[in-house]
Design a protein around this ligand. Structure first.
Ligand code: FAD
Length: 470
């Protein structure tokens, strides 16, 4: 029989339970549908998805298969392709955000009604959110007990790539170039492409070299934004070019081999699992303050504010913050420590709502992930599950002294004031729109848009004055 594998955020061939199910059932038609969930992506994520689809299409062609691209509502497109090909089964890897769940539930029941086998499979997570429960039942809201609940579980070894056979004739496909997934980029996509290495092969090779060379020192070095000390797996996980179980297996092997940072690495991988656990059980965390008592907090949410503009444009006058925002604009990635610092500066010193920052990250990150991004913002802002207390305000200056003592990260991303700035720093000016009116030889702000001392005091005063503390 003929089987459709509906690819979404699982653009890989190895460790792919849905693909195994499809391969075991018959001839496989790989299908990707450009529906609302794709159109709604931020500019950088959408562009990066296009890169991922291009490379994945090539990988399928190497195996004699073809990635069929169609546009429209998922249910309608699946019906059409079923009609055209006589497929009798559709398989896919599960997603956990509320919109995907609603769509997939609807698709599944429509297909079943039409007599088609419709099956969803794991793969995007190691631990399905409903399989981790507190002792009294119900979901976890705190990370440490979640980690303790999963850390000793038996995790199956990743699956190899199945043998795949396609049909004799292929249904029509859109041309990826015509989709112009990079069209929303109001920055030079060419600049971003310099820093991007998409695809399963690149992901696997990066994971291998990380485990061989860097995982030992991971715990000590992971906080240094100028170092290449973390695995850089987030982007690959976003598009499913690698599976979290492959990360888990590599980390567990490194742990057995006595590599010092390996357990810490697994703990970070489980933060992503925890984010999805929360998102699945509390989908409102995407848009609403997770903790009660925060809705009246005097955060400002107006995009036109000077502080918001300066923050987005990487010219707050606080070098660590600006370096980080520029890193994200140029590469689609920002170091984790830097994410915490820019988020703290925005939500505390500048008193801007975390949703404003979340939306900017949605638009700029190539590793954008609905669960980790929402959790990260709410965690820093103080209103999230297991959050940092609001009164713990990061000081970007002392953070810089501690984690970037030689100013390497700042020099890498801020051109102003340097006689011969590195290419990274000048790339920023290639990427930004002209309307920002910034030049590499221009002046860097003499004063921060919100002073560190005043900002901290104002934030703490607002926190003290909150009607309901929690
Ligand atoms: P490594 O240090 O090598 O960690 C390995 C993997 O563990 C990562 O790829 C990631 O999947 C997971 N991980 C590590 N730290 C975290 C964390 N704090 N939360 C959840 N998972 C984690 N991550 C995203 O993938 N997408 C986002 O949109 C995103 N937005 C964030 C927003 C804010 C405000 C903050 C504070 C954090 C955000 N993170 C996000 C989490 C984290 O910054 C990135 O996952 C990490 O920097 C990715 O780099 P890496 O792959 O080299 O990580």
């Amino acid at each position: 029989s003929t089987v459709i594998l509906w690819f979404r955020r699982d653009l890989r061939l190895s460790d792919h339970p849905a693909l195994w199910a499809a391969a075991n059932a018959g001839l496989v038609i790989p299908l990707f549908i450009r529906d609302q969930s794709v159109d709604g992506l931020g500019a950088a994520a959408k562009w990066r998805l296009g890169e991922g689809l291009r490379v994945f299409g090539e990988a399928l062609e190497d195996r004699g298969l073809k990635l069929i691209l169609r546009r429209g509502n998922a249910r309608d497109v699946l019906r059409e392709v079923i009609e055209e090909t006589g497929a009798t089964e559709v398989h896919w890897s599960r997603l956990y955000d509320p919109e995907a769940i609603e769509r997939d539930t609807d698709v599944k029941s429509a297909l079943k009604e039409a007599g088609i086998v419709a099956e969803s499979h794991p793969g995007h997570l190691i631990f399905e959110p409903w399989t981790v429960e507190t002792q009294t039942g119900g979901p976890y809201k705190v990370y440490s007990p979640f980690w303790r609940a999963v850390k000793d579980r038996d995790v199956d070894e990743p699956l190899p790539t199945p043998d795949l056979t396609g049909p004799e004739s292929w249904p029509d496909s859109d041309d990826l170039a015509d989709w112009a997934l990079g069209a929303d980029m109001n920055r030079g996509a060419g600049v971003l492409a310099k820093y991007c290495n998409p695809g399963e092969r690149a992901a696997t090779s990066r994971l291998g070299s990380f485990v061989a060379q860097k995982i030992d020192a991971y715990k000590a070095d992971r906080d240094l934004p100028a170092e290449d000390a973390t695995s850089r797996m987030s982007e690959y996980l976003t598009y499913g070019e690698i599976s979290p179980r492959q990360l888990w297996a590599a980390g567990a092997r490194a742990m057995d081999a006595g590599k010092a940072g390996a357990e810490h690495y697994l703990k970070e991988v489980v933060w992503r699992e925890f984010a999805y656990h929360l998102l699945y059980h509390f989908p409102q965390m995407l848009t609403e303050n997770w903790r009660e008592g925060w809705d009246d907090f005097p955060w400002r949410e107006d995009e036109r504010l000077a502080e918001v503009k300066a923050w987005k444009q990487g010219r707050t006058g606080v070098p660590f913050v600006d370096a980080a925002l520029r890193e994200m604009y140029v590469t689609g990635y920002m170091h984790n420590r830097a994410r915490m610092i820019v988020a703290s500066y925005l939500t505390k010193h500048c008193m801007i709502h975390w949703r404003v920052g979340q939306a900017w990250f949605d638009d700029c990150l190539t590793d954008w992930d609905p669960a980790s991004n929402a959790m990260g913002w709410q965690w820093v802002a103080g209103c999230g599950p297991d959050a940092a207390p609001y009164f713990r305000v990061f000081n970007p200056e002392t953070q810089g002294e501690k984690f970037d003592p030689k100013g390497t990260y700042q020099k890498r991303w801020i051109a102003e004031g340097q006689t011969s700035p590195p290419e990274t720093a000048t790339d920023y000016f290639e990427a930004i729109p002209r309307s920002w009116k910034m030049e590499p030889g221009g002046n860097y702000p003499r004063e921060p848009v919100v002073g560190l001392k005043e900002g901290r005091e104002a934030a703490l005063a607002a926190y003290e004055a909150r009607p309901k503390a929690s």
